[in-house]
Design a protein around this ligand. Structure first.
Ligand code: ATR
Length: 264
């Protein structure tokens, strides 16, 4: 039986097994999908197990999206450009790293029915998922992308990926249409220490976090009357793209898919 995994550290919170196993069953595919917590020192051997086909393929989450790259044979153009891999396949004897976070975010924004083209976007945070968001936003032809991160240097480092990025000191929120929380603040009910109260009308508050389904950041956005969206749709569609790469089948997404992720 084919074995798939999601690797990360921590990994307890991951809902990927629930979703992938649901689709495996629905499509009568004889395979399993589990989560596994790895240390840095175990990454190489784990990936060699994919080369030996003891493991059929895997998803990669924080903090290994970049760590896995030296052990792979090829990268998709998206993974190459973002230096971020969240899905590994084995094809024609090659280990290939893909980035399906980009497609996940792209689909999530398209499904929002919000015209993001020409908008000014502020991303809070500069962690592992941010290069993928920048890549997707550029494809959507937003007017400008600004990064604000507690540790400014990490935001500056992202300029390697895109030299027209703007960097702003933490705390300055003026003049944006879209605010994206890509920090880890909210995962454990934390509040972001920024004043969102005088942003003006018509903003979109988007949070990459999907569990909890409404972070304090989104609660604030909602209270101020803004459009809000959590990271669940992005999560589902990055998983769908990975499933398609491994099984060559497009799984179904419907209200049950989303309900499945609510029970936790
Ligand atoms: P990684 O940085 O390992 O990729 P991540 O979970 O993807 O991890 O990213 C965490 C993000 O949340 C970072 O942008 C981090 O800011 P720093 O680069 O300054 O660490 C941000 N973050 C975490 N705790 C924060 C806090 N208390 N205030 C502001 N930003 C915070």
């Amino acid at each position: 039986m084919k074995k798939f995994f999601v690797i990360g550290n921590p990994i307890d919170h991951s809902l990927s097994p629930k979703l992938q196993n649901h689709w495996l069953k629905e499509n009568n595919i004889d395979a399993t999908y589990d989560k596994i917590k790895l240390e840095d020192s175990q990454i190489k051997n784990f990936i060699l197990d994919i080369k030996k086909q003891k493991v059929a393929g895997c998803n990669v989450t924080v903090p290994f999206k970049k760590t896995v790259i030296p052990f792979l044979d090829k990268l998709s153009p998206e993974a190459e450009q973002t230096q971020s891999v969240n899905t590994i396949t084995f094809y024609n004897d090659y280990l290939v790293g893909h980035n399906t976070d980009i497609a996940g975010f792209d689909t999530a924004i398209k499904k929002l029915n919000y015209s993001i083209k020409g908008k000014k976007v502020l991303i809070l945070g500069a962690g592992g998922v941010v290069p993928s968001i920048i890549f997707a936003l550029k494809n959507m032809r937003v007017q400008e992308i600004t990064i604000s991160n507690r540790t400014r240097e990490k935001a500056e480092n992202l300029k390697i990926l895109s030299n027209d990025l703007k960097i702003l000191d933490w705390g300055n929120l003026n003049n944006f249409d879209v605010l994206i929380n890509a920090t880890s603040l909210g995962l454990n009910n934390e509040t972001i220490n920024l004043d969102f109260s005088s942003l003006g009308p018509d903003k979109l508050f988007y949070d990459i976090i999907y569990n909890p389904h409404e972070t304090n950041f989104l609660k604030t956005g909602k209270q101020l009357g803004y459009k809000t969206e959590n990271g669940k749709t992005m999560f589902v569609y990055q998983a769908l793209e990975a499933f398609k790469l491994w099984h060559k089948i497009e799984p179904e997404v419907n209200s049950n898919t989303f309900k499945l992720l609510e029970n936790d």
